[in-house]
Design a protein around this ligand. Structure first.
Ligand code: 4NP
Length: 186
């Protein structure tokens, strides 16, 4: 496995809860990745209390730094009881590759940008978020920015699916480490 996301930055074995840090990344950090950040946080709050997970999001581009999530993302999230209004866009930086265990790209273009930015010394695992979704036709979360509200609904559906898979993977990893310190692939 590239990097060692299973280790966690504040990791420990023998039953101690260790924190794993996850960064969701898209292009602008106003549509897909802030939605993923908020949906995954929401899921952790309702079903993942036994896990210690730090969650954040960022964009590979700087076009929208400081902006709140796109109003269409906010509307789709709101319909599902999730408030995005407090989030603000930021750009990925070199420190993120040291700070986060797992960096999850929304599409292959974001993944390529991350691989270019990634310092050689980084131990972060960088992969596509939809690898965690149980059944998907494609591993890209489609960029909804130039489309209509239905595209934003689709983004929320895909993100919710992958968030469930990610939570299950983190649970498996947590359980494996509690019973003997063997690593399980995330
Ligand atoms: P995101 O969507 O990467 O999911 O935040 C986009 C936001 C803005 C732009 C493109 C995609 N833009 O070209 O400004």
């Amino acid at each position: 496995m590239e990097g060692d996301a299973t280790a966690g930055r504040s990791g420990g074995r023998n039953g101690r809860i260790e924190t794993i840090s996850v960064l969701f990344v898209c292009l602008g950090n106003i549509c897909r990745s802030p939605s993923a950040e908020a949906v995954f946080r929401h899921l952790l709050a309702s079903e993942g209390q036994s896990l210690a997970v730090d969650v954040d999001s960022a964009g590979t581009g700087d076009y929208h730094v400081g902006d709140p999530p796109d109003i269409r993302s906010q509307r789709s999230a709101e319909r599902r009881g999730i408030d995005l209004s407090g989030l603000r866009a930021r750009q990925v930086c070199a420190d993120d590759f040291d700070r986060f265990d797992l960096i999850l790209a929304m599409d292959r273009s974001n993944l390529r940008a991350l691989q270019t930015l990634r310092p050689g010394s980084s131990r972060a695992e960088v992969r596509l978020f939809l690898e965690y979704a149980e059944v998907v036709e494609d591993l890209d979360v489609p960029d909804p920015y130039f489309g209509g509200q239905d595209g934003f609904e689709r983004v929320l559906d895909l993100i919710t699916l992958a968030s469930r898979g990610l939570l299950a993977a983190l649970r498996r990893r947590h359980a494996a480490r509690l019973i003997g310190g063997c690593d399980v692939n995330l």
